[in-house]
Structures are given as C-alpha cells and as structure tokens.
Write a protein that binds this ligand. Structure first.
Ligand code: PLP
Length: 389
C-alpha cells in the first residue's frame, strides 16, 4: 500500500465486536491468560500489552503509523513533544557527554540544553546552520549527539540534512532531528541518515489543537535503550490522546497540502505589502536557502514569519488589529494563529540571543490554518493597514 493508504488502513487488531473504527482502550493494565503467561511476558519471551505505561493498543497503532511514515525501524510515544525530546537525549546520554545543536530551536528545548542537562553533566555547543562546516568544527571526542530542527522555529532557517548525513560517516554521533515543523509528509530525515526523529504530535499530527502528544522513531538499538528509560520514568502517552492523534493522521496529507498552499499565498502577499520589512518562507525564492528547501522538502510547510515595520509597538498594534486570526502560542492548527515570539515563546532569551536566531521586536509568526485563503489574506492585510499608527 502507498503511504496515504497505510495512514488510514493501519489499525489496532479488530476485537470480537467487529468494529470498523478503532475503539478507545481506556485500560491501565491487561490480564494474563495464566501465571505462566505473566512470567513469560515480564521475561520478554512473548510480546503483548502488560500495562499502559509500557504499551497500549491505541499508542501502538499511533506509533506504527509514524514509524512507517518516517521509514524508521521502531518508535515510542510520549505525553508531549517535550517529553519526547527530553527522553531522546536523557535516555541515551550520560554525564560527560557533549551535544552539538543548531542554535535555532524550540524555546523549551533551549532551556533543556542550557538549564537542565548541565545539572547532570551534559553540555551543549550551539552552531549556526548557515555554515554547515561549523557543525564539524564543534565536534569533540565526547560529542555523542547532534540535535537540530529544520525548518527552525520561528526563523525558518534550514539545516542541510544530506550534508550532515555525510558528516556522520566520518564521525560517530547520533543524529537527532526534531521534524515537527515539516512532518514526515514533507521531509524524511531518516532518508538522509538521521538516527532519531522526534516530534511534537501536538502540532500538525493532531492538527486541530486538541491534545498533547510526542513521538520518537529511529534505530531499533536506540529505541530499546529508550524503552528502558520510559518504562521506568513514565512519560507515556495517554490512550485517549493516541486514539485522537492516530485518527488525525488519516487526514495529515490532505491537511498539509492545504496548509502549504495557503502559507505560500500568505508569504507571497506579505512580501508585496509596503508595511512588511521581510518575509521568511522556505519556498519563497527570496529565502536564502530556497535551493536547499526545494531539495529536502516536498513543500514549504504551514508557517510564515515576517517582520512588520515599526518594531515592537507596531507588532502589538498589528496583533490587536487582527479580527479572525487568534493570538495563541500553538501552531499547526486548522485555525490560523499569530504569535509574537520575542514577548512570548522566546521571551526567556536575551535580545542578543534572539537576534542570533532571527527573532526581532517586529517578528510575527503566522501558523497558517485551513480557513478560506481569501479570509486569511483579508485579515492580515487589513490588520497591517489599520495598525500604521
Ligand atoms: C511544540 C514543539 C515542541 C514541544 O512540543 P509539546 O507537545 O508542546 O511538548 C518541540 N519542538 C517543536 C519544534 C515544537 O514546535
């Protein structure tokens, strides 16, 4: 079967009730056939569900869809994207290990690298992705992992995955990619040599702003180590969230097509507007890495970032002038959302740190939704025109 069919046809085994749509398995534990069965399950001699902290039919179905879509060997589900990102690092690294990370990353991942991991003796060096050589220069003998997001949030900078995959052939590190912004529909890091791919399933995978979730897929040997970590630390995804997101994956491809076509139109329209300084969108020819975007992504994604003329005060007036588009920190929803990164998601960074990753006082991130494109463009254009002073 083709990808899109598998996202729909992969289902938890049908029960004796012969249901058509997969039911929700709200159960914390499962029963053993007899005492010997229980012993064999705990000894890993037979496979099956024991306890929902380890596995559950709904989470297994969700994992199987993402595993196959990313072209990975194995996968694990988590209560949130941050639980997934944290486990993909903490479950594999130990004191004394070193990480090389792309500077432009999700706000909480930055806090993890700078505030939390150092408590356990794990250090991080940040690099600029516009100069891929910097990744190599930052590698040390104790570097165990290279971590990145592409495209990045909210600057939409890209990292050349093929280049990094080749670098991995010379150096021994785990390549860990947060593929949340692109989704496996637009980009498959494992094809370029990534060992691990992590996701916030809260974003495009659910796609309707309802539940939190996370997933990590990748090499089987690494997943085995991570399974030990999550079995005994407990960041498991709830069956309800797995059921919800697994249903949503059935429509991921059609939703992404529309997110991307709407976002491209938003980017093109904003680029023509006299009140806009600059627009960033991977599939705009003016993007400094346009050629790379075309090479490693199928389409440009659903996020557009731009700088409005007039700095912070103007950005605030623009946000308040929006009529339909909501102000929220989320993204990847059917509803279009505007975010002001400097005062919200990236407010914990200093001005200098923000400037380094392309966030300025006038930067605005639009998560372009699935409303009629005419309504989205009208709201943005009128808010720009009505916020001049
Ligand atoms: C939202 C997000 C996360 C964190 O995911 P949660 O589900 O909110 O915990 C991590 N990485 C990226 C790129 C994100 O956008």
């Amino acid at each position: 079967m083709k990808e899109q069919s598998k996202l729909i046809r992969t289902q938890a085994p049908r029960s004796s009730n012969r249901e058509h749509s997969v039911p929700l398995y709200l159960t914390s534990s499962f029963v053993f056939d007899d005492a010997e069965h229980g012993r064999a399950m705990f000894a890993d001699e037979v496979e099956g569900n024991i306890y929902s902290r380890y596995s559950n039919p709904n989470t297994s179905e969700f994992i199987e869809k993402v595993r196959d879509f990313e072209g990975a060997e194995a996968g694990l589900a988590f209560s949130s994207g941050m639980a997934a990102v944290f486990a993909s690092i903490a479950g594999l690294l130990r004191s004394g290990d070193h990480i090389v990370a792309f500077r432009s990353i999700f706000g909480s991942t930055h806090q993890l690298f700078t505030q939390l991991l150092p408590r356990w003796g794990i250090t991080t060096t940040y690099v600029d992705a516009s100069k891929p050589e910097d990744f190599e220069a930052a590698l040390r003998p104790e570097t165990k992992m290279v971590f990145l997001e592409t495209p990045s949030n909210p600057g939409l900078e890209l990292v050349d995955l093929e280049w990094l995959g080749n670098l991995k052939k010379k150096h021994n590190f785990i390549l860990n990619v947060d593929n949340c912004f692109a989704t496996p529909y637009l980009q498959k890091p494992i094809q370029f040599g990534a060992d691990l791919v992590s996701h916030s399933a809260t974003k495009y995978m659910d796609g309707q702003g309802r539940v939190l979730g996370g997933v990590v897929v990748g090499r089987k040997d690494l997943m085995k180590e991570l399974m030990f970590f999550i079995r005994h630390t407990g960041p498991a995804m709830s069956p309800f969230n797995a059921w919800t997101i697994s249903k949503s994956l059935e429509t991921l491809a059609v939703r992404m097509d529309r997110h991307c076509s709407n976002a491209l139109k938003v980017a093109e329209t904003l680029e023509q507007h006299p009140e806009v300084e600059v627009v960033r969108y991977p599939f705009l020819p003016s993007h400094p890495q346009y050629e790379l975007a075309k090479r490693q992504m199928k389409q440009g994604g659903g996020i557009v970032t731009f700088i409005v003329k007039g700095g912070f005060e103007r950005a605030k007036r623009f946000m308040d002038a929006l009529q339909m588009i909501m102000l929220s920190p989320n993204l990847g929803d059917t509803r279009s959302i505007a975010t002001h990164p400097a005062s919200t998601t990236h407010s914990k960074l200093s001005d200098a740190e923000r400037a380094q990753i392309g966030i300025f006082p006038g930067s605005i991130r639009i998560s372009v939704g699935l409303e009629d494109i005419d309504d989205i463009l009208t709201d943005l254009t009128e808010a720009l025109n009505n916020s001049i002073n």
